[in-house]
Design a protein around this ligand. Structure first.
Ligand code: ATP
Ligand code: MG
Length: 335
């Protein structure tokens, strides 16, 4: 694949403001790729409804929140196209065709979806839209002609499923209309929650938003899971599974200092509180400029909506073209 052909497509569900997991798993890669390649960033409001049925006001507010987070971390609508999923109806149309290219059994085997169903206690009452959300993600990527998808590790099964659909479709129409895509996983493939759970997630309520105030950062760091066996300061401590050290690895720029802390902690004699004070400072330095920039931008929500509208119509041009190619290949143009 030549460089000119690379198109970056990724996105976030609009279920609340973004958090540190998004930053480490995906936003940092988007920032790195921005300007190098054409990039589409999708605010997935339609998909958000698959587990937030009827929560329309939250999903609507989150569209603004996520866009503010994008801008505050440095994603630039002049270089990256921001689009609202529901404003590009071709995405839903392509999902509908794709829905016939995947079996219910295959959807039920998707490990990420399986895990989410268990976490959310949806076993008895799962919405068809939730079970099939990987299909709608496949349609989002394909409609926008994405080939590179910056995501966290939890999304790898979605990329695999997308490529299965692409291959099946191309085989059925006898032509390589759709292109396969590749995941670009972040430096931290899966950032744990502040409670030590395996993934920071809004749904689990164990997240630290990018817009957190200094007080919220302090409280989150204080609550952070460390080594439960590290009772006395003089005891040797464990850094594996210790969220404070995972966060330092992810976000501290002074790796020598982090290595020194690790060595001291494992040897014994370094208090949790000392490492936490350091982490609090690291997170403050990282998040304070983001919070201030965001607060400034939040004063003008109309401007945010108009840039989302412009981005959505630019993205729609690409999706319309894909749908034309797809339907033509299926023989579904009648006039
Ligand atoms: P929700 O709880 O509503 O599902 P979420 O916090 O899981 O929200 P998503 O919108 O589902 O966030 O994820 C958007 C992108 O951010 C995906 O690429 C996902 O892999 C990445 N991401 C989210 N949380 C993390 C995390 N803890 N570590 C690494 N990447 C993450
Ligand atoms: Mg999620």
């Amino acid at each position: 694949m030549s460089d000119q052909e690379i198109i970056v497509v990724t996105g976030d569900r609009t279920t609340g403001p973004l958090h540190l997991g998004h930053l480490a798993g995906s936003l940092q890669n988007r920032l790195r790729l921005q300007g190098q390649y054409r990039q589409f960033l999708l605010l997935a409001d339609t998909q958000a409804l698959s587990d937030h049925q009827g929560d329309y006001s939250r999903v609507r507010q989150s569209v603004i929140d996520v866009a503010l987070d994008y801008l505050a971390v440095g994603l630039d609508p002049k270089q990256s196209t921001f689009l609202i999923q529901s404003m590009v109806p071709e995405l839903a149309e392509l999902s509908f065709y794709f829905m016939n290219l995947v079996s219910v059994a295959r959807l039920e085997r998707n490990p990420t979806v399986k895990n989410e169903i268990r976490q959310k206690g949806m076993e008895r009452d799962i919405a068809a839209g939730f079970l099939s959300y990987p299909v709608s993600q496949a349609a989002d990527i394909c409609a926008l002609k994405g080939t590179l998808v910056p995501v966290g590790e939890d999304q790898l099964p979605m990329i695999e499923q997308t490529n299965e659909i692409v291959r099946r479709f191309n085989r059925m129409v006898g032509s390589d209309i759709l292109r396969e895509c590749k995941a670009e996983v972040g430096k931290v493939a899966r950032l744990p929650g502040i409670d030590g759970a395996s993934k920071m997630s809004r749904a689990l309520g164990n997240h630290l938003p990018l817009s957190a105030s200094p007080d919220e950062i302090r409280h989150a760091v204080q609550r952070m899971f460390t080594d439960p066996q590290h009772l006395r300061v003089s005891d040797p401590g464990r850094i594996e599974g210790n969220v404070v050290f995972t966060f330092l690895d992810a976000f501290a720029s002074d790796s020598e200092q982090v290595a020194e802390f690790k060595e001291h902690y494992q040897r014994g004699g370094l208090a949790d509180s000392a490492v936490k004070t350091y982490l609090e400072q690291v997170l403050l330095e990282l998040l304070e400029p983001i919070r201030l920039r965001r607060a400034e931008l939040a004063k003008d929500p109309d401007q945010i909506l108009s840039l989302l509208m412009a981005g959505s119509s630019r993205a729609r041009e690409v999706a319309v073209l894909t749908l034309y190619q797809v339907k033509k290949a299926m023989g579904m143009f009648y006039f």
